[in-house]
Design a protein around this ligand. Structure first.
Ligand code: GH3
Ligand code: MG
Ligand code: MG
Length: 323
């Protein structure tokens, strides 16, 4: 998964895609050698013979690991490394330097520029393979750690920190390309009394069940986040408020129909506040959250168990609906 979480659902089982290895080296012998000797590894090998193309491939393919030759005509390996480590989209890719030089100064420079390892040519292929595996393992664990820091422990949804970063990113993208975007704040109704009556564990079950309902109903490109205690936030890229309202009706309906073994006679309802690009106008995350929060407040004020569009009329089972 990408570290920014932009494409993967937090609860998706670790993807089974083949890791990509980018080899940047001007020596065709090395390309031939690695192609043959790494063919049994679960790896997709991407090859190029110069630094400029290497940078382009790194950006385009987001490889899991780069093997980088130092001594190349044109842009040398040090410069490629420096550029990889100073760009946001490539800084996290681990790089192993391959070098004909075993000068201590070169090793130190390579490692200080951010390489994870340094291998001298000629190298033993078995050793190279072991180092590639080790670098991949470490980078995979770092991905998992980074991801775990963005996930809420109780529900498995994205957490508040992720939400804040993602909303700013999606607003920027929406402002750039003019695409639609909706933001939804959801708050469970009278949740405190549920805890008081049936205990905190029953409350936790409800939070988990609601998270599952959200996940079942959202697309892969959407983001469901636990915003705080019993409040959730949904970022819906490419979705206008009309589509968002349709989605929320399904979610509201599902939670209303859900059976609760711990409290069969006590149903659960949720209030929703929605705002979208058309209604908000600006691209300031704080303003978007305030707008959605005001809509949520109106939904609560009007009787809960309903969906309130910022600046629009509430929609609930108890109120007459158009059409
Ligand atoms: P309203 O309909 O106005 O939203 O009323 P409410 O009772 O839902 O709102 P209030 O903010 O008064 O109470 C929220 C409750 O949510 C209080 C708090 O104990 C509970 N809560 C917050 N986080 C958790 C959690 O992780 N687990 C459980 N079981 N309860 C939680
Ligand atoms: Mg609340
Ligand atoms: Mg509440």
């Amino acid at each position: 998964m990408r570290l920014d979480g932009s494409s993967d659902h937090p609860l998706t089982v670790e993807d089974e895609r083949t890791p990509k290895l980018l080899l940047i080296d001007d020596s065709m012998d090395i390309h031939r050698l690695l192609k043959v000797r790494l063919k049994d590894e679960r790896l997709e090998l991407i090859s190029c013979d110069n630094g400029a193309e290497g940078l382009e491939h790194a950006r385009r393919h987001a490889p899991d690991l780069i093997l980088l030759d130092l001594n190349m005509p044109g842009m040398d390996g040090f410069e490629v490394l420096q550029r990889l480590k100073s760009a946001d989209d490539t800084v996290g890719i681990p790089v192993i330097v391959l070098s004909g030089s075993d000068e201590v100064n070169d090793k130190v420079r390579g490692l200080e520029l951010g390489a994870v390892d340094y291998i001298c040519k000629p190298f033993d292929v078995a050793e190279l393979r072991a180092r590639v595996r080790s670098a991949m393992r470490i980078s995979h664990l770092m991905d998992l750690l980074a991801r775990r820091a963005q996930i809420d422990g109780l529900t498995g949804l994205w957490n508040r920190q992720f939400f804040d970063e993602r909303l700013a990113g999606e607003l920027a993208a929406s402002s750039r390309d003019g695409s639609s975007l909706s933001l939804v704040l959801c708050d469970l109704d009278h949740f405190k009394s549920l805890n008081d009556q049936f205990g905190h564990a029953a409350g936790d079950d409800v939070l988990q069940a609601f998270a599952k309902i959200l996940q079942r109903n959202l697309r892969r490109s959407d983001f469901a986040c636990r915003y705080g205690g019993e409040e959730f936030a949904l970022i819906l890229p490419g979705t206008d408020s009309r589509q968002a309202m349709g989605l929320l009706e399904r979610i509201r309906d599902e939670i209303n129909r859900h059976a609760w073994p711990r409290h069969p006679k006590r149903g659960i309802t949720v209030s929703f506040g929605v705002c979208d690009r058309a209604r908000d106008g600006g691209f300031d995350p704080v303003q978007w959250i305030e707008t959605a929060d005001s809509a949520l407040y109106a939904a609560k004020h009007n009787g809960r168990d309903q969906i309130q569009l910022a600046g629009g009329a509430p929609r609930s089972a108890s109120l007459p609906q158009a059409g």
